[in-house]
Design a protein around this ligand. Structure first.
Ligand SMILES: Cc1ncc(COP(=O)(O)O)c(C=O)c1O
Length: 370
């Protein structure tokens, strides 16, 4: 099978470095919030080009902590997208915010023009939580203009976009803060759960460090009601030694595969989503749109050719039962988002695909007849 993610091949690439990191942490006798987390945070901040990275237990908590660091108060409105992992909206709800959904653009990212219209109509909206979905970068200049024009607090969800940029601006550097996830399937994944908050603001970083650790500003001094959401020393050491040094090469491999798919998948029933010229995606996923009502047929066809696919996401956040127990508002009908929910299919684009496997995916796509 050609997998969505091939962790066994990844292990072949990183085994020795991972084991060295595990030995080092074991021998240190220190497992929570120590030198390894600090060293990883420094390395990650340098990679990302921001002043501070704060290691957190997972991406969901990083988003919640980020919103709280930016001063979100219960009932505050937060513009966001209905096409994302449920965690994006869950973080808003957990932080006490009111999610306001708008539709998505042709690449599945939040529609920034609709955000602008919503902000013009309702001046009480102060927060925006955009997602750089699939590893595409939202138009960063436009995002920066929106933030400046309305004095917005922006936290970027970069769980899928580490290394992606648009107009030369890295995702995660326009908002006051950005959150990312190290869930194993992510471009930079841990061997377990993990996440981080990125920011250039020292006060945000300091507050995030407290909130991840029960709100503890100093030893046994609790200034806020925080979480227990600390990144482990082990995960930090593994990522710094074994995964982060490979990330640039792995992203290049994803870009090569995506380039081939873009150039060679030629089937009128499959729409590939071509990035805008100014964009340099991280290709966390390679989404295509199957002709209406034929996604399952395409999925089965590819499976019969030994190719595993996935769907991101079959059900919009605003359609999830869990939201029935809380308040939220759909400002715009999610017409485009619904097209993604019914037609999107993600092709394998992980960095360990062989040339033959990439060719097989292209051939199988081109041979499909719905
Ligand atoms: C866009 C997006 N946001 C947030 C998250 C949440 O990250 P985590 O699973 O680490 O909590 C994910 C990961 O699933 C994601 O893809």
């Amino acid at each position: 099978m050609i997998l969505q993610n091939d962790f066994k091949r990844q292990w072949e690439d990183v085994e020795e470095r991972v084991l060295d990191a595990v030995r080092r942490v074991g021998a240190s006798g220190w497992f929570i919030l120590g030198r390894e987390v600090e060293a990883f945070e420094t390395a990650l901040a340098r990679f990302w080009g921001v002043s501070h990275a704060v290691g957190i237990g997972n991406g969901l908590d990083a988003l919640e902590i980020g919103l709280r660091c930016l001063g979100l108060q219960p009932g505050d409105k937060v513009l966001t997208t209905p096409l994302s992992a449920f965690a994006t909206t869950l973080a808003i709800v957990r932080a006490g915010g009111l999610p306001l959904f708008v539709d998505v653009d042709d690449l599945g990212g939040i529609n920034l023009q609709q955000c602008r219209e919503a902000l013009e109509k309702d001046r009480s909206i102060r927060f925006l939580l955009p997602v750089h979905l699939y590893g595409f970068a939202l138009p960063m200049r436009e995002l920066a203009r929106l933030k400046a024009d309305f004095g917005l607090s922006v936290i970027e969800d970069c769980a899928q976009s580490i290394g992606a940029s648009s107009a030369g601006i890295m995702t995660g550097t326009v908002g006051q803060a950005a959150a990312t996830s190290f869930y194993p399937t992510k471009n930079l994944g841990a061997m377990g759960d993990g996440g981080a908050l990125l920011t250039n603001d020292p006060t945000v970083a300091k507050t995030a460090r407290a909130l991840r650790n029960y709100g503890q500003m100093d030893h046994y001094v609790h200034a806020a009601l925080g979480l227990n959401s600390r990144l482990d020393e082990l995960q930090a050491a593994i990522m710094r030694d074994a995964f982060l040094p490979n990330l640039a090469n792995w992203t290049e491999a994803r870009r090569r595969t995506a380039g081939k798919y873009l150039a060679q998948i030629r089937n009128p029933a499959i729409q590939v989503l071509a990035p805008l010229a100014a964009m340099n995606p991280a290709w966390h996923l390679f989404p295509v749109m199957a002709r209406e009502n034929s996604r399952e047929h395409l999925r089965r066809h590819l499976e019969a050719h030994g190719i595993m696919t996935a769907v991101h996401y079959p059900r919009l956040v605003c359609d999830q039962t869990a939201l029935e127990s809380t308040s939220w508002v759909t400002l715009r009908e999610p017409v485009n988002a619904r097209k993604f929910a019914s037609s999107e299919l993600s092709l394998p684009v992980h960095p360990f695909l062989t040339d033959d496997e990439v060719d097989s995916v292209i051939e199988a796509c081109n041979a499909w007849n719905p």
